[in-house]
Structures are given as C-alpha cells and as structure tokens.
Write a protein that binds this ligand. Structure first.
Ligand code: ZN
Length: 502
C-alpha cells in the first residue's frame, strides 16, 4: 500500500506545477510582455505564489510526509521515492519554521527597496538606500533566528542557497583564495599591457553573433528541441520542465564577448537542467542541487571550456570565417589572450576569472560583519572602498561603482554571494575529475567534440537533480570534499603563462 505516498506526490506535484507556471510568467515578463502588463502580472504572480506556499506549508503536507515514510519498504532506502521524501521533509521543516508574517515582510521589503536602490545607484546617493540596507540586515537576522543555527548566524542563510554547507567552510575557502589571488592579481596588474583586447571591440553583426553562439552551444549538447534562446537586458536561464529549458542573451553590436560568453554561460545552466533524469520530471527533485552547483556548470562551460586554448583551436577558424573583416588579421594566439584579459575593475559582473572571487569575497565579508554588528550600515561604503584597495589595488571613486552596484541587497536577505565563488572553485574541481577519468577530454575539445565531458557531467551531476546535498554530490563526483587547490592551480598555470609570470 502506498496510498498516502501517492496523495503526497500529487500534492507536491501541484506545488511544483504552480512554481513552474510562475517561472513561465516571469520569463514572459522579461522577454515579451509589454510594459502595460506589469501591474496585472504582479497580481497573477502573487496569487500563484500564495497558493503554492499555502498548499506546501499546510499541516496536511506534514501529516502526509509522516505517513508516507512508513510506506517506503526498508530495503529501498535510496530509491527516487525515498529521496523525494527526504528532500520534501527538509524543505517542509524549513518552510514551517518561518512565520508567514516574516515571509510577507521580506517580499514587501524587496518590492519597496528595489526602486530606491535603482535611484540611489543612478544618483550616487547611498544615504537614501541606507535605511533599506539596515532593514535587509534586520530581516536577515530575524530569518536566521527563526531557522535556527548552532555555529554561525550566517549558516541558515547560506543553507538556503547551499543545503548543508557551513559558513566555516566558506571562511576557510575564501581565506585561501585571498592569500593566493591577491598577489596573483597584483602581479598581473603590473603587466596589463601584455594583453590587448581591441579585437573584441569592433562592430559585430548581431544576427551572425547569434548564429555563432547557437552553433557552439548546440555542439556542447544544449538541445534546441527542448529549449530556446531569447533576448533580455540581463541574461538568465529558466526551467519549466527538463524538456523546456530556456536561456536568454544580451547582444552588444560593438563588443563580441557579452553574447558569446553569456550564451555559453546560460547554456551551461541549461545543460544541467536538460540533463536531469526523466524519472524526476514533475517532482521537486527536478532542479539543480544548489545555486553554487548550478554556477559550477555555467562557469565550466563558459570559462574552463569556452576560454580554453583547445576550444579556440577548433572554433577560431570558424569565427574568422564568420567575421573575416574583423578577425582575419588577428592570430589565434592574440585572440586567445584577448578573451582571457585580466584587469582589476570596480564592477563585479564585468570581472575576469582572476579578480572575480575577490569581488565575491568582499561582499561575503561585509555581509558577515553587518550581521554581527561589527560596524554600522553607515560605515559600510568606506569599508567597501578600503577592501577594494586592499584586494584589487583600486579605490572606487563613488558608491555607485562601489557598494551600490549590486541589486542583491535590495532583493531580500543575505547569503547569496558565496555561491558565485563556489561555482568557480567547483567548475575546475569537476573538470579535473572528469579529465582524470577520461584523459582524452582536452583533445576532444580541440576537435569540437564535447560528448565525453558532457556524459561524465550528466552521469555524476546532472541526472541526480536535487537528490543529494552539495557536499555529498561533490564527494561522490570527484572522490574528495570541496577543495580550492585545483582552482588555484588552474588560475596560476593559465594566467602565469598568459602574463609571463614565473
Ligand atoms: Zn550563472
């Protein structure tokens, strides 16, 4: 008898379907909805969101979870059903710890704070945003207290993005990165003129950019019969089903990089979602294991593959054929250097592979300090500037180029930024594990063949969806816990060669 399990699964499927319907509405909002639709769309989304939340946190869900566990045979502790129950119980226990009034307060705060942040950044007016950042800190603390923690107040916030990861793990990871990457970025800063990326800044026909990007990600294995690509101001990936995974791209007619590498990045997220096992379709296991795991895949395809020498050995002649006027006089070596140019800059989203994590580190430290009241929100802009000088050797001339640059702190609570760095670190740990098993992978990439790499990733990561927590999945896939050795080695070798450091 599995009567209760079936009732529960139907109930969870309803929640899942409501969430995925919300994703469709959100995708439409960012791609095709006319401005006039905004008000009605907000109301529609609020209704679906309330329904999904109410069904999920209802006491019946808790009772069904309790009863359904008894129906799983003891000899089957790790089947899809057992995994579904374990993850659903975890989500449920977490959700019921947070009072509905706090959920509402966080949502309302993000709605009110966003336009204030937009204006504050435009006008370089931190003072007007400061009360909202104070509220973000206050709500983050409240959320953490409700969720509970043993070691660190940041743990339950990080746990939302990275189930099972601990702040102490992040602190030690970032300590190593700071120690190794600050001197590397400094050494490169003294040799910036070794790499020129003028070749990337020329007029590039948008339709040709689109066709080339599409050809590349189709070769990666992104399936356009189960996906599509549209245009948005801020690129993203969104999933309605493993058979309908959408990506979006932004084109710059005078700069090749944003669309080219942005398409590879979002397709990396898309490959993960398209690779989830069909048996998990329609359940809450049917998505990536965490934000950091997801980012590891976008970074792997964008940087470890898409900015590698073997990749361009294969694709550069094709790119030259696409843009003969712009690139026929640019040698492969020169182009490879151009796409890997490093330069300390103020803006995180424009940062290169070497400096990116120093941006994430800075935000992580500021979040920890504000949560623990080490200094006031009013002092945070100056702390930001000092840290930029310490880590990157540059001082932002304004708060718009400093603490006001990211929308995240207006959008709710803390805990998100470390996932970017987790993604970077894991991208290399996964790639190296795949190459250990299939040493031919780099040569295959040099022939434009990504089959071996993609099947390793699908087998070890993608197909499992959310069945395992990040720490478990990383160990299962690579045979060791998360480590930064591979990532730091990769950066030192690659950029040591590019910038002639010994
Ligand atoms: Zn991403």
């Amino acid at each position: 008898m599995r009567a209760q399990l079936d009732v529960l699964k139907q109930r969870l499927a309803d929640v899942h379907n409501l969430n995925r319907a919300m994703a469709v509405l959100s995708w439409d909002q960012h791609t095709y909805m006319p401005p006039g639709g905004a008000f009605a769309r907000a109301a529609q989304t609020a209704t679906l969101s309330r329904l999904a939340h109410d069904i999920f946190i209802a006491p019946e869900t808790g009772e069904l979870l309790h009863e359904a566990v008894q129906e799983i045979p003891e000899f089957q502790p790790d089947g899809d059903d057992a995994d579904l129950l374990r993850v659903a119980k975890r989500d449920y226990d977490r959700a019921i710890k947070v009072p509905t009034s706090l959920v509402t307060a966080i949502n309302e705060h993000s709605v009110l704070a966003l336009p204030v942040w937009v204006r504050a950044r435009q006008e370089n007016d931190f003072a007007s945003f400061a009360p909202y950042l104070e509220k973000t800190v206050k709500l983050s603390r409240e959320l953490a207290e409700h969720l509970g923690y043993e070691e660190h107040i940041y743990d339950p916030l990080l746990d939302e993005a990275e189930p099972g990861m601990k702040t102490s793990q992040m602190v030690s990871l970032f300590d190593t990165l700071r120690r190794e990457l600050v001197p590397l970025a400094r050494a490169i800063s003294e040799r910036l003129d070794r790499v020129d990326d003028a070749a990337l800044h020329q007029p590039f026909d948008e339709a040709k950019q689109e066709a080339f990007g599409r050809m590349v990600v189709e070769r990666f294995g992104y399936d356009f019969l189960r996906g599509r690509q549209d245009r948005t101001v801020h690129p993203f990936e969104t999933t309605f089903s493993r058979n309908d995974v959408r990506i979006t791209t932004r084109f710059d007619p005078a700069w090749l990089s944003p669309a080219l590498f942005g398409t590879m990045h979002e397709a990396g997220h898309g490959l993960y979602e398209q690779g989830i096992a069909p048996s998990l379709e329609g359940t809450l296991l049917a998505r990536g294991a965490s934000l950091g795991l997801h980012e590891s895949q976008s970074r792997l395809w964008e940087n470890v593959v898409g900015r590698s020498r073997p990749f361009w050995e294969h694709f550069y002649p094709r790119l030259q054929e696409t843009f003969p006027q712009q690139l026929s006089g640019v040698a492969l070596d020169e182009f490879y250097l151009a796409v890997n140019r490093v330069e300390p800059s103020f803006i995180r989203v424009e940062a290169d592979e070497v400096t990116y994590n120093l941006h994430a580190l800075l935000r992580f430290e500021v979040e920890l300090d504000l949560l623990r009241d080490r200094y006031s929100v009013a002092d945070a802009p100056e702390v930001w500037k000092q840290k930029m000088e310490e880590y990157l050797g540059i001082r932002p001339p304004s708060d718009s180029l400093g603490i006001l640059q990211d929308m995240h702190w207006s959008g709710g609570v803390f805990g998100y930024f470390p996932t970017y760095t987790l993604g970077n670190v894991l991208s290399v740990q996964f790639f190296e594990a795949a190459v250990r098993e299939f040493p031919e992978i780099p040569d295959r990439i040099g022939q434009g063949d990504f089959g071996a790499l993609r099947s390793w990733l699908t087998d070890r990561i993608y197909r499992h969806g959310r069945k395992y927590e990040p720490n478990e999945l990383i160990e299962m896939a690579t045979g060791e816990p998360i480590q930064s050795r591979s990532y730091i080695g990769y950066l030192k070798t690659k950029y040591g060669a590019i910038y002639g450091l010994s």
